[in-house]
Design a protein around this ligand. Structure first.
Ligand SMILES: [Zn+2]
Length: 204
């Protein structure tokens, strides 16, 4: 996870102002909003998230098969935040992790407003203070907030660990490059893992 700086686009400001009841759950389905949803996914992904899932950092496109606009604070519990721009983040659609786990009534460990205080909110705080990464590809919590967040989004899903491990093994051959050069060559996918693991690589 990485910190996100939000910058609400004019198109969304205009659209939400046309919605008669913006503080109810179904405001998100209003035609003024649904008609710009794809453009909004593209805008958020490309301008605010380096084209990455905000939770697992997998590279994704704005195609609705691969990504969705996630209400970080879910509309079921926070209907009043349905059209609050800072509550909108783009998540991957991967089965068994990220928004699909958080918002799954049976699977989710997030059940109440208070539970949201236990999760890292990347719009208001830097997640680097809550996590560390291991060269085995696992993300580990530095504090209880980090642990609850890992569990909420299933950030140690086996497919994710495998992917991070693969990147670590590839990075071994590029030990003399700077971090900026690594990002240029590899892209930003799993950028927090790379940032954390790259200095450790040099110590090996
Ligand atoms: Zn994800």
């Amino acid at each position: 996870m990485f910190q996100v700086i939000k910058n609400e686009p004019t198109s969304f400001i205009k659209a939400r102002k046309k919605v008669k009841l913006p503080k109810i759950k179904s405001a998100w389905e209003d035609k003024n909003i649904s008609s710009i949803r794809q453009d909004l996914r593209k805008y958020i992904l490309e301008n605010e998230q380096d084209s990455l899932c905000v939770y697992c950092e997998k590279k994704i496109t704005f195609d609705k098969r691969y990504s969705n606009i996630d209400h970080f604070k879910t509309r079921n519990i926070f209907p009043e935040k349905s059209l609050v721009y800072n509550n909108l983040l783009v998540s991957c659609n991967t089965y068994n992790r990220c928004s699909s786990v958080k918002d799954n009534k049976k699977q989710s460990i997030v059940k109440s407003k208070d539970d949201y205080l236990k999760i890292v909110d990347v719009v208001v705080e830097n997640p680097d203070n809550c996590f560390d990464y291991l060269i085995t590809g696992e993300i580990v919590a530095v504090n209880s907030k980090g642990q609850f967040t890992i569990d909420t989004f299933n950030l140690n899903d086996s497919s994710l660990i495998e992917r991070r491990l693969f990147i670590f093994q590839s990075l071994k051959y590029f030990g003399n490059l700077s971090l900026a050069e690594i990002y240029t060559s590899f892209g930003y996918e799993y950028k927090s893992f790379i940032k954390s693991i790259y200095p450790k690589l040099k110590e090996l």
